[in-house]
Design a protein around this ligand. Structure first.
Ligand code: C2E
Ligand code: CA
Ligand code: CA
Ligand code: CA
Length: 271
């Protein structure tokens, strides 16, 4: 039985070990990037009005250029940052940078992604207040994008945090709406300001009849709860028109603009 156990050990561990090493190396490199402030940057994607002509705000999106791997997708390194706890200092860095940028463009709302772990950390509110104060930014200019994940983790803590942040003036957006388990249920329970409809629904507009029905129902529901509704991942003029007809408030996506470094986004404009 012992040798059998060892055989199994030898079969599985190297594979697992390799994944662990890669993850650990990624975490190490990320830690170094954070310490030296090298290779990390925020890019910004415009959030437009429904006609697609007026910029209503920008969303900060984290970019990481690894010294040898090149650009690493947030979809790959955010989970590593979450697993290693690095998401806390990384999230602070993102908030500091985004607030600094918000200070430079006071006419634009700044949307910042906050991971569930970061949001639910005991001292998140205090740290955020300090960051905002140091940047000299009005909390009203900042919208924090959270996902249903925060509600699944710790319902009561999430609710308290949302309430405290909103009474301090921050806005809260529910990101990736429609991708979670019990979106409709949570929506009525959590007092947010903005609903962001996930790209997966927007993609199917005009292709799948149900998608049109779902999207317009979500917009109606959002409005009945007094929320502003943003469509994510808008890529075609046809999608924009369908969203406009359905009464959607704001648009975000490659049709309007890709995420860009601030100096590119604002080239030639006074910020
Ligand atoms: P998200 O918050 O849902 O951000 C939207 C993602 O969709 C971004 O990917 C953006 O570049 C992409 N996108 C925007 N418009 C379009 C479009 O028209 N078509 C397509 N195909 N994609 C579009 P990105 O920047 O790779 O970020 C992926 C995810 O990583 C984000 O999803 C967010 O969950 C996470 N993330 C990014 N930055 C941060 C951050 O600073 N903190 C945390 N906690 N998470 C972040
Ligand atoms: Ca987001
Ligand atoms: Ca999203
Ligand atoms: Ca997402």
């Amino acid at each position: 039985a012992k040798s059998e156990g060892r055989g199994r050990y030898q079969m599985y561990v190297p594979v697992l070990g390799e994944a662990l090493i890669k993850r650990q190396q990624l975490a190490e490199a990320l830690r170094l990037a954070l310490e030296t402030a090298q290779g990390l940057a925020l890019w910004y994607q415009p959030i437009m009005d429904i006609s697609g002509t007026k910029m209503r705000g920008i969303e900060a999106l984290l970019r990481w250029q690894h010294p040898t791997l090149g650009p690493v997708s947030p979809a790959d390194f955010i989970p590593v940052a979450e697993e290693t706890g690095l998401i806390i200092p990384l999230g602070d860095w993102v908030l500091q940078q985004a607030c600094g940028m918000a200070k430079n463009c006071p006419h634009l709302r700044m949307s910042v992604n906050v991971s569930p772990l970061q949001f639910l950390a005991g001292n998140f509110i205090e740290r955020l207040r300090e960051i905002v104060q140091q940047a000299g930014v009005d909390p009203k200019q900042i919208e924090l994008e959270i996902t249903e994940g925060v509600m699944l983790e710790d319902h009561q803590q999430a609710l308290r945090t949302i309430q405290t942040l909103r009474s301090a003036g921050f806005r809260i957006a529910l990101d990736d709406f429609g991708t979670g388990y019990s979106s409709l249920n949570y929506l009525t329970q959590f007092p947010v300001d903005t609903l962001k409809i996930d790209r997966s629904f927007i993609q199917l507009l005009g292709i799948q009849e149900q998608a049109d029905t779902i999207v317009s129902s979500v917009i109606k529901l959002g409005h009945s709860l007094g929320l502003s509704v943003t469509a994510e991942g808008v890529e075609t003029e046809q999608q924009r028109q369908a969203l406009s007809a359905a009464g959607c408030d704001k648009l975000q996506g490659f049709l309007l603009s890709r995420p860009q470094p601030a100096e590119v986004l604002f080239a030639g404009h006074a910020v």
